[in-house]
Design a protein around this ligand. Structure first.
Ligand code: ASP
Length: 309
C-alpha cells in the first residue's frame, strides 16, 4: 500500500540552546504539531499533497512564532515584504509571489497565481493587484507585527547588514516555513513561505519564492522546501540540485539532500537546511545549523517533532 507522509519546517537555525526556555520550546512544538496535523488530516482523508502542503503552511503563517505571514521580519524600510511559492510534482505546475504585504496567507496567493493566472510568478504591486481582483482581504501592518522581530530590526537598522532571523550571533527566533507531502496516489508537492531576512533591502527577493532554489517538486525525483541564507540557496539552485542528484546520479533522497546541505551549500558559504520527500513517502530533513524547527508524520505510524539535532 502506498505510504503517505508529510514533513514541515519552521526555519533552520533556532534560538541558541541557552536562550530556549521550556515554555518556548513547548510553544514551538505545539505550533509545529498543529501545522503537521492540518496537513496530515488532508492526506488521511484522501486529499492531495498540494492541498496538504498549503494547509500546513497556512497554519505556520498564522503563528507569530515563525517568520512567515504573521510574525514576518522587518525589511530595511520597516515594512514586511513577504515571499511564497508552491509546486505540484504531478504536473510541474508552480505559483509564486514576492514583495507582498498585507496578505495573511501568502502561500494561498502563490497557489492562486498557479491556478488562476496564466503566469508562474507575480511580484510587488502587480501581485497585490491580482490579490485584490480575487477579493483578498488586506490586513493592517499591526496584524504582522511582533515585538521581537521589531527589536531584531532596531538592532541592525542603521547598519548596512541584513541577517537571517536565525543568525548565530543573535538571540534570535526564526524561520521561514515550508511543507512537503506525498499523498495516497504517490503525488508529491512543496510549499515555502517567508518574511525573508531582517533589514533586507527594499525589493530584495530570497530563495523561498524561486522555483528550483527554495522550492521544487517533481514526482520523478522529490519535493523540497528550503530555509537558510537565501542568497546562497539561489546561487546553489539548491532544491533543483537535490532533484538532479537523484535523477542523474542515482542518489537516494537522503544522500542527495545531505550532499547539498552538508557539502555544496557549505562550500559556497551558505547555511541552512531543507525538508525533502519522494513519491514513496520517504523523508529527509538535513540542516547544518544548530537546529531546525521541524516535524514529520507518516501513515506507517512514524511521527516526530524536533528542534535541535
Ligand atoms: N531563505 C529565507 C530567505 O533568504 C530565509 C530563511 O530561511 O529564514 O529569504
Amino acid at each position: 500500500m502506498q505510504t503517505f507522509s508529510i514533513a514541515i519546517h519552521g526555519g533552520a537555525g533556532t534560538l541558541v540552546k541557552g536562550m530556549m526556555t521550556q515554555d518556548l520550546e513547548t510553544a514551538y512544538k505545539n505550533a509545529l504539531k498543529l501545522a503537521l496535523d492540518q496537513g496530515y488530516k488532508v492526506l488521511d482523508q484522501g486529499g492531495s499533497a498540494l492541498d496538504a502542503v498549503e494547509a500546513s503552511v497556512k497554519e505556520l503563517e498564522n503563528s507569530h512564532l515563525f517568520n512567515a505571514g504573521k510574525g514576518s521580519v522587518f525589511s530595511a524600510n520597516e515594512t514586511h515584504e513577504m515571499d511564497a511559492s508552491i509546486m505540484d510534482g504531478k504536473n510541474l505546475k508552480a505559483g509564486a509571489i514576492s514583495l507582498i504585504s498585507g496578505i495573511k496567507n501568502p502561500v494561498s496567493l502563490a497557489r492562486d497565481v498557479m491556478e488562476k493566472s496564466e503566469h508562474v510568478f507575480l511580484a510587488g504591486e502587480g501581485a497585490m493587484q491580482f490579490a485584490k481582483e480575487l477579493g483578498y482581504k488586506f490586513e493592517e501592518a499591526s496584524y504582522f507585527y511582533d515585538d521581537l522581530r521589531h527589536q531584531q530590526w532596531l538592532d541592525i537598522k542603521d547598519s548596512n547588514h541584513f541577517q537571517l532571523d536565525h543568525s548565530a550571533k543573535k538571540d534570535s527566533k526564526f524561520g521561514t516555513v515550508g511543507a512537503v507531502a506525498c499523498d495516497k496516489d504517490g503525488n508529491i508537492a512543496a510549499a515555502t513561505s517567508t518574511g525573508g531576512m531582517t533589514n533586507k533591502k527594499w525589493g530584495r527577493v530570497g530563495d523561498s519564492p524561486m522555483i528550483g532554489a527554495g522550492n521544487y517538486a517533481n514526482n520523478k525525483t522529490c519535493a523540497i522546501s528550503c530555509t537558510g541564507s537565501g542568497e546562497y540557496f539561489i546561487r546553489g539552485v539548491v532544491a533543483y540540485d537535490v532533484a538532479c542528484l537523484i535523477e542523474h546520479k542515482n542518489m537516494s533522497l537522503a544522500e542527495a539532500s545531505s550532499e547539498v546541505i552538508h557539502k555544496r551549500i557549505l562550500e559556497l558559504g551558505g547555511d541552512g537546511g531543507l525538508i525533502a520527500i519522494d513519491s514513496q513517502g520517504n523523508i529527509a530533513m538535513p540542516f547544518n545549523t544548530e537546529g531546525m524547527y521541524r516535524a514529520k508524520k507518516s501513515s506507517n505510524g512514524m511521527e516526530e517533532i524536533s528542534i535541535y539535532s
